[in-house]
Every structure is written in structure tokens, then in C-alpha cells.
Design a protein around this ligand. Structure first.
Ligand SMILES: Nc1ncnc2c1ncn2[C@@H]1O[C@H](COP(=O)(O)OP(=O)(O)OP(=O)(O)O)[C@@H](O)[C@H]1O
Ligand SMILES: [Mg+2]
Length: 227
């Protein structure tokens, strides 16, 4: 279960501080599939980054089961991210000079080459890319690139999948199939899925929807003099 209490994040720039996130209380059960919606700039990506151990918070507590994410040191956060979190981005973040399967091999450490290949073959079949393993990202459609990125997020079986606008750069039909894939895989593997999307129709496919403004105490960005 993810538990958030009194989480606050403020960005400081030019002697001013901009409070952008203040979540008093939020719980997400293990295996829940949650869509987060809300206006641009309201802190959706920032929230995912804090839960995913990508950036530090200022105040409050975020826990994943018994791990207090907000207490971890930098190296502990790196370890937590590698072990417990799979990230899916709007723009895929594939390495352009590596083939689709080479991109996946980067996250498969501590395995024999043979075991890697068995797993890779299985996953590429599962997402419908069985004959696209040797393609470079530039030789794949955007939807296919996102499927590769989805393999990368899921293949290590992390407990938590965080997706930040995973369909934001796809046409509607492709977006629907990518969202279905995320929902099906996370359900099959009993993973928690937290997905930010600006598309309210796609959000309704999730069993649980959270409107960011309804949980974020800072309703509008305030500019506060610093120091
Ligand atoms: N590194 C940073 N330094 C200063 N301000 C930042 C930084 N990152 C984000 N912000 C500000 O924090 C606010 C929230 O940003 P965030 O990216 O979380 O919004 P978002 O809800 O994901 O928006 P979008 O829907 O456009 O992706 C924005 O106003 C943004 O300008
Ligand atoms: Mg964002």
C-alpha cells in the first residue's frame, strides 16, 4: 500500500518559493489501478517523481508498504527505484542507438544471456512485437515504441508502475490500446498502477480516478517571498 501524509513540495527560484504540492492524506492499496487527472502545472508529474524516488520532497511522509521513501538516502532511493518501480513516460525514453531488445537488456541484470533471451522473447510476444526485437526505436511506430517502453517497465516485475501521460503523444486508437495493455498487464501481475492522463475518457477505464485538485491543498500556485 502507498500512504502519503502531509506531503509538501516547494520549488525555489530567484529568492522566491513556489509551493506546488501539498497532499494531506492519500492511500492507494496494493494492486489498485488509479488514474490521476488535473490541469497542467498542478503537480501531477512532481507527485509521481516523489513516489518513484526520482526527486526529493520537502515535508511529510510517503511510504510503500514498510519502505519510507521520503527517508531514503540517494543511493537507497536508486536501489528502491530499480527494484520496486517501473516508469512509463510520454516520450518513451528509449535509447535511439540500441535495438528494441537491447533497450530491454539494460534492465535485466544478474541473469544469464539465455535466461534474458527467454524472458525477452516471451515479453515481445506478449505485447505483439515478436518480430520487432531487432528494430531500432526510429524503425518503430510511436505505439510500438511505447510497447517496448512498457516491456522495460514491467519485465522486472516491480511492485509499482508509474505512467506519466503514457498516451499523450499517440493517436486516439493507439492510446486506447496502450492504456488497455497497461491495465491488463498490471492486473495480471497484481501490480499497483498509477497513471497520469489528461484524457478523461481514458481515465474512466480505471477502477479509481483521482482529480489532483481535490487532493492538493495548494489549489493555485502561490508566490511566496523567500527569506
Ligand atoms: N525543477 C523545477 N523547478 C521549478 N519549478 C518546477 C520544476 N519542476 C516543476 N516545476 C513547476 O511545478 C509545477 C508542477 O509541475 P508538474 O510538472 O508536476 O505539473 P504537471 O501537473 O505534471 O503538468 P503537466 O500536465 O503540464 O505535465 C509547475 O508549475 C512547474 O512549473
Ligand atoms: Mg506532467
Amino acid at each position: 500500500m502507498i500512504q502519503i501524509q502531509n506531503l509538501q513540495k516547494t520549488y525555489k527560484m530567484d529568492n522566491k518559493s513556489f509551493p506546488i504540492l501539498h497532499i494531506a492524506n492519500l492511500k492507494i492499496e496494493h494492486g489498485e489501478q488509479v488514474a490521476i487527472t488535473g490541469p497542467s502545472g498542478c503537480g501531477k508529474s512532481t507527485l509521481l517523481h516523489i513516489i518513484g524516488g526520482v526527486i526529493e520532497h520537502d515535508e511529510g511522509v510517503v511510504m510503500l508498504d514498510e519502505i519510507t521513501i521520503t527517508d531514503l538516502t540517494q543511493s537507497e532511493r536508486d536501489q528502491y527505484r530499480r527494484k520496486s518501480v517501473g516508469y512509463v513516460f510520454q516520450d518513451f525514453h528509449l535509447i535511439p542507438s540500441l535495438t528494441a531488445e537491447e533497450n530491454i537488456k539494460l534492465v535485466l541484470t544478474g541473469m544469464t544471456k539465455k535466461a534474458q533471451q527467454v524472458l525477452i522473447d516471451d515479453w515481445f510476444e506478449k505485447v505483439g512485437l515478436g518480430n520487432r526485437k531487432k528494430h531500432l526505436p526510429s524503425q518503430l511506430s510511436r505505439g510500438q515504441q511505447q510497447r517496448v517502453a512498457i516491456i522495460r517497465a514491467f519485465i522486472t516485475q516491480p511492485e509499482l508502475i508509474l505512467a506519466d501521460e503514457p498516451t499523450g503523444s499517440l493517436d486516439y486508437e493507439t492510446a486506447q490500446s496502450i492504456m488497455e495493455l497497461l491495465l491488463t498487464l498490471s492486473k495480471d501481475q497484481k501490480q499497483t498502477l498509477i497513471c497520469v492522463t489528461h484524457d478523461r475518457t481514458l481515465a474512466t477505464r480505471f477502477p479509481k480516478q483521482i482529480e489532483m485538485e481535490s487532493i492538493n491543498v495548494v489549489m493555485k500556485q502561490k508566490e511566496v517571498k523567500f527569506g
